[in-house]
Design a protein. Structure first.
Length: 342
């Protein structure tokens, strides 16, 4: 039962902004509300954060309000540019199960009376005319400059196959040891990530932001916005992997028609996804295929790992092309100027 519960946690998390750590810390069945003075706005990755000072039972309490990432908010119709330190605000959200005076923000009422819905699948709370949270979808009439792989790809919020968590919806047959490890995983307190420590393979491929393939001759570079990650794919040239294992592993690619096939080994990253650990002999095969019109990319990922799976796990997710998508600097932990949706 714990194994099945863990899988359902993955499936029920929000479709965007879940790439950094589990939202299981926050009780999504409860919504609380605070009112006070805005003391700080940190427009930074991996999560935008607010600090709101309140008076509760005659005592001063400073609330830590976590929000979605810069990458998610900047691609939505949400802007925090109107917020100023010292403003009187109201914030509603899901309380932390682990830490007092901490929440995940879903609604924010500014000093001017404007409501911002700052999380998906959340209704307006104070103002019926508040703009709903929405990631800007691609324009249907857009046509890609090329039909092939070498361009920028992103997620389409209207298409569940491009959701970050789509990658983990495939069947994973766990070994007895892997099942025990998953049963021991506490999604509220356990973390794959700490702050700005980067992700490794294959977990990084769940990221919801822009990614770009670049043809560099003997290698293909795959630029992923999250953590400013660059994967190097060596085209079949007889080169040998390093003696030590590395975070992203060692990737070798070849073409089968229009499909790029990438095999990755020598991975030091200890996870596949939350609660599912990765063994030292893990071998990944990715098949990147672009549709004939050049607007959609599918990654079919097969993981062979005798420590974790009783048979290879076959997983899949997709991306879409849109002219507005970019691979933006991630600048994890660095405060940035708040931009109006840029």
């Amino acid at each position: 039962m714990r194994y099945l519960k863990g899988l359902w946690v993955c499936l029920l998390l929000p479709a965007v902004g879940i790439a950094h750590h589990s939202f299981a810390e926050f009780d999504q069945q409860r919504t609380i509300e605070i009112a006070g003075t805005l003391r700080d706005v940190a427009w930074e990755n991996p999560h935008v954060k607010l600090k709101v000072q309140t008076i509760e039972a005659g005592k001063t309490v400073v609330w830590d309000v976590e929000c979605h990432s810069v990458g998610v908010l900047s691609r939505s119709n949400v802007s925090l540019a109107a917020l100023k330190v010292g403003d009187k605000v109201k914030v509603a959200g899901n309380p932390s199960r682990a830490t007092p005076a901490r929440m995940f923000g879903t609604n924010l009422l500014t000093a001017s009376g404007r409501e911002l819905v700052i999380a998906p699948n959340v209704k307006q709370r104070w103002n019926a005319e508040a703009t709903a949270f929405a990631i800007r979808p691609p324009v249907p009439t857009e046509q890609p400059p090329t039909k092939g792989l070498f361009k920028v790809w992103g997620s389409d919020p209207t298409d569940p196959e491009t959701s970050p968590r789509a990658l983990w919806r495939g069947k994973m047959d766990l070994t007895a040891a892997a099942q025990r490890a998953l049963a021991a995983w506490d999604p509220v307190h356990d973390r794959m990530l700490k702050g700005c420590d980067p992700k490794g393979m294959p977990t990084i491929m769940e990221q919801p932001y822009g990614m770009q393939f670049e043809d560099r001759g003997s290698v293909i570079l795959l630029r992923l916005e999250e953590y400013d990650t660059i994967r190097t794919i060596h085209l079949s040239d007889g080169s040998q992997p390093p003696e030590t294992r590395i975070l992203l592993g060692y990737s070798v690619g070849h073409w089968e028609g229009e499909t790029l096939v990438v095999t990755t080994t020598n991975i030091s990253w200890p996870y596949i996804t939350e609660g599912v650990r990765q063994g030292p002999a893990s071998r990944l095969e990715e098949r990147f295929t672009v549709t004939a019109d050049g607007t959609r990319l599918t990654d079919k990922l097969t993981i062979t790992d005798p420590t974790t799976f009783t048979k290879p796990a076959v997983l899949k997710r997709a991306w879409v092309w849109r002219a507005s998508e970019r691979v933006k600097p991630y600048h994890c932990g660095t405060r940035q100027k708040i931009a109006n949706g840029t």
